[in-house]
Ligand binder design. Structure first.
Ligand SMILES: Nc1ncnc2c1ncn2[C@@H]1O[C@H](COP(=O)(O)OP(=O)(O)OP(=O)(O)O)[C@@H](O)[C@H]1O
Ligand SMILES: [Mg+2]
Length: 229
């Protein structure tokens, strides 16, 4: 398997970046991969959230707060980078470094309005738009969701997955009980799918296949169900 470097980024705060980063790291560890977790946000939410997992997974999980070029030679199979809610130097370095940049978006205009800048920044790093798939967080049947969906379609943003809102997540993350974030197996499916798609996408990239859009759109109808809100 090729090494996978994934960054989670949106200039908008509070959209679910750290939560996605934590769960991807956890899935990687559960599947017996070693993980290098890089927390670029000075608020240290990612490092704090991983504290519990560190006790359990020990040497399989390494946590640091800076990203260096030499991390490309890290022994870990998965590198998960949690970014601050900005597009300053650290975030730009992460965009440059990562194979895939996951972009969580809530159904509001503000979490979508800055994406143009993110995509043009990524382009300068030689990244295709398809390497920065959007992940919808908490999209429901509201009018705001309809408007947000319209924007996503008009702007042709690749959509990797839809993550429903779960009442367990804020409680378990903030109380440090990160293990499985309190999600039952079925509720974890969208995160597992996202993980699988990232692996598949990076596999393609490492084989020189740059058209990875179809990896994101590969979605089974029966999985598109609502969650235990
Ligand atoms: N799928 C979800 N279901 C329910 N709550 C969620 C979900 N994802 C994130 N949250 C909650 O939303 C809040 C913000 O999430 P998170 O800290 O992951 O966002 P962030 O983008 O990393 O924020 P920041 O920009 O401040 O770093 C947290 O309370 C988190 O528990
Ligand atoms: Mg965060």
């Amino acid at each position: 398997m090729s090494k996978i470097a994934v960054a989670v980024l949106n200039r908008k705060g509070g959209v679910g970046k750290t939560t996605v980063a934590v769960i991807l790291a956890e899935i990687a560890l559960v599947r017996h991969n070693r993980v290098l977790a890089i927390d670029l946000d000075p608020s240290r939410n990612f490092s704090d959230a991983l504290g519990f997992m560190k006790n359990y997974f020990r040497s399989s999980l390494r946590v640091k707060s800076t990203l260096e070029e030499s991390d490309a030679d890290a022994p870990e199979e998965w590198i998960v980078i949690d970014c601050p809610p900005n597009l300053e130097d650290a975030s730009r370095l992460a965009v440059d470094f990562a194979d895939i940049v996951v972009v969580p978006v809530r159904p509001d205009f503000f979490s979508l309005s800055n994406l143009g800048v993110l995509y043009s920044t990524a382009k300068k790093s030689g990244k295709e738009k398809s390497q920065l798939p959007v992940v919808k967080v908490g999209y429901d049947s509201s009018v705001m969701t309809k408007i947000a969906n319209q924007l996503i379609t008009e702007r042709d943003y690749p959509v990797a997955e839809e993550l429903p809102l779960h009442k367990h997540i804020p409680y378990n993350i903030t109380s440090g009980r990160v293990w499985s974030t309190g999600l039952i197996a079925r509720s974890r499916q969208p995160y597992e799918r996202l993980y699988d798609k990232i692996e598949k996408a990076v596999g393609r990239l490492s084989n020189g296949i740059y058209d990875i859009n179809e990896v994101w759109t590969d979605r089974k109808e029966e999985d598109a169900e609502d969650a235990d809100i």
